[in-house]
Design a protein around this ligand. Structure first.
Ligand SMILES: [Ca+2]
Ligand SMILES: [Ca+2]
Ligand SMILES: [Ca+2]
Length: 722
């Protein structure tokens, strides 16, 4: 059997401990289960739904095989899934040989580009030798992976704890994590009194952040360029940070860590340290280390995660318990309180707040009271957390939306964490069980939860029961689009319609965002379950600002549905130009416009202005080269333009281009109309140090203006005299 995770070794033990049911089981009464597909090899390590409206699931296999599964509907309108005969690719080494596949190695990670619907890019994590893993990119050409490109090579690997998860955050950065490489090597781990510099020199036991072309963002917390740090490091101190999930509402990365004693989920912020290899689950409350948002004891068995209670008190319906040792319970944990001297404290409750390492509260019915003794016992969940996903879209009822759902390999448990507005769980409890082997959990284009089992080769679907009232269902809200790219919203109906239903979509708000496909969709009594795509494209605009739009979906007889569209600007710098056109009089005064940078640059930045097309009678009098510093980037600098008169009465035109590194260039269209038909009254010329035409131009500009005016008069004289 393929061993994707080292803890497979404890599987027989786990099977005894968890009394695993004979088939997948629904535990949460608000779920309905469908076994969608069976027969995968016992080597499938992960999956991801293509975000392009194609209803395709990509399933990765340790061997390098990337399997395509097509969602469809049968003759009765029921959803089904078909494994396609042609794989997307079989990922090989550079030299054409097979991947290195020992223990946890091989093809272990997949993520789609945020603009996959436009560029077709999909990224993989693969082990190419006993000591190296790589991030590779392919392009989807009609279901076949082409343009194999190594994005990042030389990532550390050994046979285990090399992890595999990847994600794109809301800034469009590619996130990935690598474990301590196992077998007691504990490479790159945290040592409280040790060599921190050495620890930061490797990506092992770290969660990392790179640009999607493999370059490294300079704002990473340990970036030191040519210095000894591995510049991609974002967070550290992880044993086997197997997968990660980006929270849609916050953009925060939730790092899932398969542990030695504790299974943990951390919320990442720049530079945080989770404490491995010394500590897990905040074992001694050491300052400077982060506490997991979710933690459960690895293979807790019997008696499990138990903490004797020394004191209990209840006031205003809240019970506070004190434990002799650090309780290590986290918010939302399901606790059984038993044996307290006052039995009114006993029962099952979800942890409400962590007061200190040795105190916690739960909601408790009854009058104010105090008692002693007893114990708190946490729910036994499993022994190897492997994946997590946030519930998105509108298929699930409100109390499910935004939930974090994770799976455990050893137990096969599918666990639901309900979060509150502080982003912390209020209840973490079992939702379903797929038997040992749960290795992936995803939200599909239909809005349902999908769970992949590596040992049994099954794909299971979990959804709420059929809706009582007809309504529109989307797979995500908001829809995130990158400018210059596109994204797809998948839409379907919540229950079978009596007749055909036509859904119309309009968009308002950001002018650069347009609906490019699916503005009118028809659902029939036969295909109402099958998602159909609405594609939104955002033209790349010259500013560097994010913008928002609103999609409105409507259908006769159904409540309209609005979905916010968030357009993420990909430009890191923008040029702000005060005018896009300039009218001059040939031979007249100079004209001008102002230029500034929209954002503070990291270093002094040069902006150049040049005539890129049009008449050479139009020229830049001043401001050909402008220098902006991080301090004065927002202060406008002036560009002056002058036109000399031509030999005829036709206007001259030119295009001036304003350009700078990191910003899209801007253009200014200049039209110089012919000199006035009647000669202006002659007046004494200003000295060259003076201004011209009310324009606060510098001496050089004035000189140009004077010369131009002289040229005009000279020509007029010539014409008259001929
Ligand atoms: Ca460095
Ligand atoms: Ca832009
Ligand atoms: Ca923009």
């Amino acid at each position: 059997m393929g061993t994707a995770i080292r803890k497979n070794a404890v599987l027989p033990l786990a099977a005894l401990l968890f009394a695993i049911p004979a088939a997948a089981t629904v535990i949460d009464p608000s779920l309905v289960e469908t076994r969608l597909l069976t027969g995968f090899s016992p080597q499938v390590t992960g999956m991801a739904w293509a975000p392009d409206g194609s209803n395709r699931l990509f399933v990765i296999d340790k061997t390098g095989l990337v399997i395509l599964v097509q969602m469809g509907v049968d003759a009765n309108g029921a959803l089904n899934a078909t494994r396609l005969a042609t794989p997307f690719t079989t990922l090989l080494r550079e030299d054409g040989g097979p991947l290195y596949q020992q223990v946890e190695c091989g093809l272990v990670g997949i993520v789609f580009d945020p603009s996959f619907a436009t560029n077709g890019f999909v990224y993989f994590r693969a082990t190419v030798s006993p000591t190296e893993q790589q991030i590779l990119r392919f392009r989807d050409a009609g279901g076949v992976g082409v343009d194999r490109t190594v994005i990042l090579a030389g990532l550390p690997a050994r046979d285990s704890h090399l992890s595999g998860g990847m994600a794109f955050d809301h800034d469009g950065k590619l996130r990935f994590a690598i474990g301590d490489l196992g077998f007691g090597t504990r490479v790159g781990t945290f040592r409280p009194s040790g060599d921190v510099q050495a620890e930061l020199s490797t990506l092992a036991s770290k969660s990392s952040r790179i640009n999607r072309d493999g370059t490294i963002p300079k704002d990473n917390p340990f970036f030191d360029g040519p210095g000894p740090n591995a510049d991609a490091i974002y967070a550290r101190g992880f044993r086997n940070p197997f997968r990660m999930a980006v929270q849609p509402s916050t953009g925060l990365v939730w790092q899932i860590v398969t542990g030695a004693k504790w299974e943990q989920v951390f919320i990442l912020r720049p530079g945080v340290n989770a404490g491995w290899d010394t500590l897990e689950n905040d074992e001694d409350g050491q300052p400077g280390l982060i506490t997991p948002v979710i933690a459960y004891l690895t293979n807790a068995g019997t008696p499990g995660h138990v903490r004797p209670i020394t004191a209990a008190s209840r006031a205003a319906g809240i019970a506070t318990f004190t434990t002799a040792a650090a309780h290590q319970f986290r918010r939302g944990a399901r606790l059984t309180i038993a044996g307290v001297s006052d039995a009114s404290f006993n029962g099952t409750a979800y942890l409400k707040s962590v007061v200190s390492t040795t105190q916690f509260t739960v909601a408790s019915e009854g009058g104010d009271a105090s008692a002693t003794g007893g114990a708190a016992i946490a729910l036994t969940i499993g022994g190897a957390i492997t994946d997590g996903a946030f519930v998105q879209g509108t298929l699930f009822p409100e109390d499910w939306q935004g939930n974090f759902v994770f799976v455990d390999l050893n137990s096969g448990n599918v666990v639901r964490a309900i979060l509150d507005e502080t982003n912390e769980p209020t209840r973490v409890d079992l939702a379903a069980n797929v038997q040992a082997g749960a290795v992936g959990v995803n939200i599909g284009p239909d809005g349902a939860l999908y769970v992949l089992n590596i040992f049994l080769g099954n794909l299971d679907r979990y959804s709420p029961p059929a809706a009582r009232a007809p309504r529109l269902v989307v797979d995500r809200t908001p829809l995130r689009v990158e400018d210059g790219g596109s994204a797809v919203l998948s839409v379907r109906l919540a229950r079978a319609p009596v007749g055909n239903v036509t859904v119309g979509t309009s968009i308002s708000g950001a002018p650069e965002a347009t609906v490019t496909a699916g503005s009118t969709l028809t659902f029939t009594p036969a295909n109402w379950q099958l998602p159909q795509p609405i594609a939104v494209a955002a033209a790349r605009d010259p500013d560097a600002d994010d913008s928002t739009a609103t999609l409105t979906l409507s259908a006769e007889g159904l409540s309209p549905l609005t979905v916010p569209v968030l357009v993420r600007d990909v430009d890191i710098q923008a040029l702000t130009v005060s005018a896009s056109s300039l009218d001059l009089v040939a031979g007249g005064a100079v004209g001008s416009f102002d230029v500034r940078l929209a954002r503070a640059p990291a270093a002094d930045t040069t902006v150049t202005v040049a005539r890129t097309s049009g008449s050479d009678r139009i020229s830049i009098a001043s401001g050909v080269t402008l220098t902006f510093t991080p301090a004065n980037f927002g202060t406008p600098q002036r560009v002056t333009v002058v036109a000399i008169a031509g030999g005829d009465a036709q206007p001259s035109t030119a295009v001036l281009t304003v350009s700078s590194a990191d910003a899209q260039s801007r253009t200014v269209n200049v039209v110089a109309s012919a000199a006035l038909p009647t000669e202006p009254p002659l007046r004494p010329l200003s000295p060259i140090s003076g201004g011209s035409g009310g324009c606060s131009s510098g001496p050089a500009a004035s000189l140009w203006a004077v010369l131009a005016l002289l040229a005009l008069r000279s020509r007029r004289g010539h014409v008259r005299g001929s």
